[in-house]
Design a protein around this ligand. Structure first.
Ligand code: NI
Length: 146
């Protein structure tokens, strides 16, 4: 079995804030990430597909196709956006790198028809990232605007 990865980047802003808590509690939990007007990150998304090379192409998945899926299905929604207000699939979700990763997985998975989606790695900074392998995770959606 082989594991092939495509890496793409996007820039976005967000605010980490639980609408069920007061400002003080949010400040204690999220500190600078609770800045009311948000702050930005240059995210790096790595998507790994597992499979055997197609005998005729030599590809597990054509990386141009994989990039196309990531650009058209994911980055179009996230790049240069405010994750708390601009992104339908993040509505009501605290936009941590953890939650974003789980929801990106759900978007990408049905589009991978060559090989199988194996791992999603999302860097929020060069020193901080999440790895997700698709185990079901419940993401809380809050009713109020954040
Ligand atoms: Ni942040």
């Amino acid at each position: 079995m082989l594991f092939i990865t495509k890496s793409v980047e996007f820039s976005a802003s967000h605010r980490l804030y639980n609408p069920e808590w007061d400002f003080q509690k949010n400040q204690e939990v999220y500190d600078k990430c609770n800045n009311p007007n948000g702050h930005g990150h240059n995210y790096v998304l790595e998507v790994t597909v597992k499979g055997k090379p197609n005998p005729d192409t030599g590809y597990v998945i054509d990386l141009k196709k994989l990039k196309d899926i990531l650009v058209k299905k994911v980055l179009i929604h996230l790049d240069h956006k405010h994750l708390n207000v601009d992104v339908d699939f993040l509505k009501g979700v605290i936009p941590t790198v953890e939650n974003i990763s789980v929801l990106i997985w759900d978007i990408v998975k049905p589009h991978i028809t060559d090989g199988e989606l194996y791992k999603l790695k999302l860097y929020e900074t060069p020193n901080s990232w999440v790895e997700y392998y698709g185990e079901p995770v419940e993401i809380k959606r809050f009713g109020n605007e954040q």
